[in-house]
Write a protein that binds this ligand. Sequence first.
Ligand SMILES: *Cc1c(COP(=O)(O)O)cnc(C)c1O
Length: 221
Amino acid sequence: MSIQNNLNTIKQTLPEHITLVAVSKTKPVSDLMEAYNAGQRIFGENKIQEMAEKHEEMPKDIAWHMIGHVQRNKVKYMASFVNLIHGVESFKLLKEINKQALKHDRVIDCLLQIKIAEEDSKFGMSQNEASDILQSEDYSVLKNIKITGVMGMATFTDDTLQIEKEFKLLKSTFEDLKAINSANTNLHTISMGMSGDYQLAIACGSTMVRVGSSIFGSRNK
Ligand SMILES: *Cc1c(COP(=O)(O)O)cnc(C)c1O
């Protein structure tokens, strides 16, 4: 199957309100261009350097999403162009994104990464931490970032019930956070679901899925 075929097949199964992020990490620009030529305009990368290089080389009407763990000292390399940062897991990082966005006179959309998995290896904050941020004075003065939703990654397991439980936790966390009324916040995005579980994620309330290998094929390590 070609990338174009994979993409079309997936798009046909997605409800209209679902945003598809094509996760292109490790893949060459030629693969991304195949998806681009098939109409895809949102790409997700997990390394800032790699995303910046691809951004340089590719058409400028692409929305670049940072889906990986973000080191604070590297935010400056994407602040001029990144469209959405999925993995914000601390207030310190939010402050740095705000600082770098200000330099470019931009407002950068961010998702708070919530820890829903049982694995210790997964990053993210608790619902309490997220709600503390949204209600804090320190957050309300950050004018160059906007928190637009939440992101989560389920445990890596075959246990569908476990994954479903974790997706539902993210959905309920989102609803609770949405009920908090705060400035520069407009929560509308739930980023959850990857190649193996995006249909389940959508059934649990996802609005944005991050699909890599089902589009581009498996990644060689
Ligand atoms: C790699 C990655 C994906 C895509 O995974 P696939 O299983 O290839 O679809 C989604 N989200 C994050 C955060 C990733 O790092």
